[in-house]
Design a protein. Structure first.
Lengths: 166, 166
DNA sequence: CTCAGTGCAAACCGTTTGCAGAACG
DNA sequence: CGTTCTGCAAACGGTTTGCACTGAG
């Protein structure tokens, strides 16, 4: 349970970004950044708020949202939407700079994986459509191994394929 | 401008789905289904509401949302979230049953493309993580060809990579 | 006739914004 | 000290829900 890496270097990076943009380096901004950098998973705003409260910080939700916007703009943090009705945030300082997500539709577990094939797809669309890719999001939804072992199955209730159109 | 395919067969499919589920086949449900089947692009709820109003239908927003839920459950319609703060809906009756999206960050244009490589990626994660893929979403964000020709460029304001972590 | 569906409006909930007071530079 | 930020609370906007009424079966 010693998974608390030193966040100081990351905090310093964020401070540098703020200075470059001519923005004040406030205690609250550093505290929010710390909360995100210290965590490993995909954090909701509620997660961050709780983490700050546990750390004894008294920071309003509005400030958290405003700081997350800065963190995303600084490229130090990625914003995700896993279709839960709210956003999640993940720092980019792991050893997996580009990765995709596997989302279990039953338990909600999120697994990360890397795929160089997506880069090939990007290159293909660049060639074929003249599109200049900047960023991509690949999410695969399904059942994780643990849920399959528990005997969970997806219950299809829709019309079955192939669709007869006549 | 004759892009108005016959929606009757699709409407019949949806009616069949409703009957299979023991749900009443109402005028409103068929009207919403028609509006989605008749359109080609990725529709917002506002688009659908407007289309229904233009067709002389007086259908409340709540009914549109409730019917879209049924259409998605029937597998006749896909739900998308392109990060605009609301959902978009697209019927599945085109000749591109599985396709991915190219989203221009400047003009918002959405282009569809097919990629068999994503299926290979799905197979890989199935093998590697024991994950059973059901559905995926791949969206590539960047600049479309038209915007590039207009001289639009992405203005990076964040810290530049690679990130020095010390 | 009965029960589910519809329309309306209010509730919901994550997120954004306006403003008086606090803090960075 | 001026400008920007912060916290609070109210506003916002897409979506959902409660309820009296309508309509499908």
């Amino acid at each position: 349970m010693s998974a608390r890496p030193d966040t100081a270097p990351f905090r310093r990076l964020f401070a540098r970004f703020l200075k470059e943009q001519g923005l004040p380096v406030t205690h609250q901004r550093l505290a929010v950044a710390d909360a995100v950098f210290a965590a490993e998973g995909h954090l909701s705003v509620d997660d961050i708020e709780r983490s700050l409260k546990d750390a004894g910080e008294r920071i309003g939700k509005a400030t958290i949202y405003r700081t997350l916007d800065l963190l995303v703009r600084s490229n130090l943090v990625d914003e995700h939407d896993f279709g839960e009705g709210f956003k999640r945030y993940e720092h980019r300082l792991s050893e997996r700079p580009i990765h995709e997500h596997l989302i279990c539709q039953h338990c909600g577990a999120v697994t990360e994986f890397e795929s160089t094939e997506v880069l090939r797809i990007e290159a293909t669309v660049a060639r074929e459509f003249g599109f200049r890719p900047v960023r991509h999001k690949l999410a695969i939804y399904g059942l994780c191994a643990a849920c399959q072992e528990k005997g969970v199955t997806v219950t299809p209730e829709g019309l079955t394929c192939p669709i007869e159109t006549v």
